[in-house]
Design a protein around this ligand. Structure first.
Ligand code: A3P
Length: 323
């Protein structure tokens, strides 16, 4: 309703002219390359509308991520930390609603049937996005809002994306024949995966976190697993609500870690359901699979490991970032 008709037409024209690539070998689901990154073609219009219309507020907290890097986990943690002044951890709304219902993904909010109007969400607003740093709406970059970026070892991310995508494709495409992990790896290697190329996405946020540490907090899935207490304190401090000594001694941090653990989250009725979590595409339960570090070992051939290692070296050279 915010958009003039001729703008709708322009958006359609932009979409029509983007390079396209079949996803998982199916012509029925396409990726489209926009501003150097591949996104689901079905999200391109939302992304353009989001870029044109979203107005960030200084108090907004925005999770940035590639798909399957721990977004849902970070949503739960962020929500629990920010809202702890309103609810005891034992009474948390996370027990009754999926993390994606508390921290809204921006792209679907600019679709045809948005679940919410961003302007009606109480402050501080919590959002997430899979957009690259380059493509973020200008007001996100220029306001004082803060970004929490999470990334993950690309091997585990790839395995996670493979299973998540098969689930999704089976619902979209009749008699869908999944590609092998090797075939899927080829697309990843070429950067042709949703929100890819992986390394370019990660490096943009990594560099911004070094240049503007007050703007972007850079987190790794593996570090969060390894020392959640340390990283929760970092996170709380970054967003301006540090844990008090009293909270620490009362065990609030541990309670939040346990509440948001995959073990707890996966067993909650609300997170087990086939209902849609974000929009009409994704079931709530598909956001929780194994939640482990190193599952790639069960799926990668030695050649794939070697090629990933080389790719990583090439793309991360000189950045100071490693996995
Ligand atoms: P796996 O498929 O490797 O299990 P995203 O939320 O970005 O879509 O990422 C999903 C991945 O994070 C999945 O990885 C999922 O199991 C894992 N995950 C979801 N909730 C988690 C939690 N609370 N703790 C740790 N990992 C979690």
């Amino acid at each position: 309703k915010f958009i003039l008709k001729n703008d709708e037409e322009k958006i359609q024209e932009v979409q029509n002219n983007l390079p396209k690539s079949p996803f998982m070998g199916s012509e029925l689901v396409q990726l489209a390359k926009y501003q150097n990154f591949w996104y689901g073609d079905m999200y391109i219009q939302n992304i353009l509308k989001l870029q044109r219309n979203f107005v960030a507020q200084d108090t907004d907290l925005i999770i940035g991520s590639l798909m399957k890097t721990g977004t849902t986990w970070l949503k739960a943690l962020l929500f629990a930390i920010v809202k702890r002044i309103h609810h005891a951890v034992t009474q948390s709304p996370l027990l009754s609603h999926h993390p994606h219902e508390h921290v809204h993904s921006l792209e679907p909010l600019y679709g045809e049937h948005p679940s919410h109007n961003p302007n009606d969400i109480p402050l501080p607003r919590l959002f997430s996005t899979h957009l690259s740093y380059t493509s973020l709406p200008e007001s996100i970059k220029n306001s004082k809002c803060r970004i929490l970026y999470i990334c993950r070892n690309p091997l585990d991310m790839l395995v996670s994306l493979y299973f998540f995508s098969i689930n999704f494709m089976k619902k979209q495409v009749e008699d869908f024949k999944p590609p092998s992990m090797e075939e899927f790896f080829e697309d990843f290697h070429d950067g042709r995966h949703p929100c890819g190329p992986f390394f370019e996405h990660v490096v943009e946020f990594w560099k911004t976190s070094l240049e503007r540490p007050e703007k972007v907090l850079f987190l790794k899935y593996e570090d969060l697993k390894d020392d959640p207490t340390f990283h929760l304190k970092r996170l709380a401090k970054f967003i301006g609500v540090p844990f008090s000594p009293q909270e620490e001694s009362e065990g609030v941090i541990t309670q939040i870690i346990e509440l948001c653990s995959i073990k707890t989250m996966k067993e909650l009725e609300v997170n087990k359901s086939d209902d849609k979590a974000i929009d009409k595409f994704f079931d709530k339960k598909t956001y929780f699979r194994k939640g482990e570090v190193g599952d790639w070992i069960n799926h990668f051939t030695p050649t794939m490991v070697e090629r990933m290692k080389n790719l990583m070296e090439e793309k991360l050279k000189g950045t100071g970032l490693s996995f």
